[in-house]
Design a protein around this ligand. Sequence first.
Ligand SMILES: Nc1ncnc2c1ncn2[C@@H]1O[C@H](COP(=O)(O)OP(=O)(O)OP(=O)(O)O)[C@@H](O)[C@H]1O
Ligand SMILES: [Mg+2]
Length: 481
Amino acid sequence: MANELTEGARTIHGMTPKEIVAELDKYIIGQDSAKRSVAVALRNRYRRNLLPEKMREEITPKNILMMGPTGVGKTEIARRLAKLMDAPFIKVEATKFTEVGYVGRDVESIIRDLMEASMRVTKQKHMDEKYVVAEDLANEKIIEAIIPGSKKRNPAQGSTNPFSFIMGGGQATYNRTTEKIDDKAAHEDSQTELARSQVREQLKAGLLEDQYVEIDVVDQPKDNNLDVSQGGTISLGSIFGDAMPKRYKKKNMKVKDARKILIEQEAQNLIDMDQVTTEALENCEQNGIVFIDEIDKIASGSGFRGGVDVSREGVQRDILPIVEGSVVNTKYGPVKTDHILFIGAGAFHVSKPTDLIPELQGRFPIRVELEPLTRKDFVRILTEPDNALLKQHKALLETEGVEISFTDDAVEEIATMAELLNEQTENIGARRLHTIMEKLLEDISYQIPDVEDKNIVIDPEYVRGKFSETIRKDDIDRFIL
Ligand SMILES: Nc1ncnc2c1ncn2[C@@H]1O[C@H](COP(=O)(O)OP(=O)(O)OP(=O)(O)O)[C@@H](O)[C@H]1O
Ligand SMILES: [Mg+2]
């Protein structure tokens, strides 16, 4: 079991730092040093996994502190990394723990949530292995739903009637009727089999996809969340989920939809949840990543002096044991936090890393700075990543049969507007591009599908036209200020 995990983990964790960076490059422009640092941190976990157990226990991960202005890719790097690594990942905001009612309350919930994430990825991994078998089973269920068997399997009829047994005389008559039923049933059985094999063929040929069938769907009890002491919530459904007999309800739906649901249900039945839990605990401890965003906001920088300072430091003190290594109880079992990787991120405008309490500073030995984004970066962000904004908007409009394109000059112009607006109002980094694209395309989006010309070309004039007012207005604002 443990071996299996290491095997599975090896393929993913086996990526070299260069490969990890190349993968991140698909989504994040620039920020090379941040990418390198996280790639090395992850590779070190893989290296550690290859060591003998005794030595392995001694090596704790080097946590990372990412510093940089807002909207330059800190969170995005963490998010992509988690996807890539298939590792249990959770992102929390440090400030959440300073809010009234949260103070010093439940930093341990971070680890409980991480464990939930681990259960999800680990369970999914197990389910993935069962989908092929599950699909066969699902198809059989669909066939049975289309051609139901005869009812003679009803066990009450097969068993001896207790009354006839007691009364003696009745027994003969009873047996004779059952025989008759059996005879008829055998005939029906072969008929059913014949019909089913025909349906099986049709199903294979994809002829029945839109036909309606009635299937048994697991009736998920609405999550009755029960508040456990210390503020954690545990869903009753998930505690008893595997212990309680499942309740089913009948649902009518198309074959293609029924298949999807049945495959999930069958895969779920095929996995061993005890094994999933054991692996998930190990996965959480060994591969878990906690991303603590806005960590600068809990540092007591000069600009932050005030009544809330005490609680800020309190939060740092609360976080410390988790980062240093402690044991947190979860509903799946205790989780040791020693080897969990923590990535702290923050703009650190006002406060500096040295404003964090020394113990916590010491726990984040790797510091990386993210660069502010330039106009050139904006052009690349708009066009290059696999999920680049321009590609997204294009695809969205294509669903309505409209082909939109941007001239190179127009893209440059959009980047310029982003840079100008960031300068003139608030510097929100690449987030500016989202607001710009929305504004740029709002009219077009509104008029679709009632446009005559299905080929729309965005040129620099169009871009400038859209923003001339905004920019001018902001210029005026700047003069007033
Ligand atoms: N270098 C980049 N390359 C591509 N996209 C980026 C880059 N930086 C930011 N983005 C995009 O901008 C948005 C905001 O980025 P992100 O959430 O990473 O900001 P952040 O650095 O965490 O900022 P904050 O300090 O406000 O949390 C995301 O949609 C992200 O995809
Ligand atoms: Mg962020």
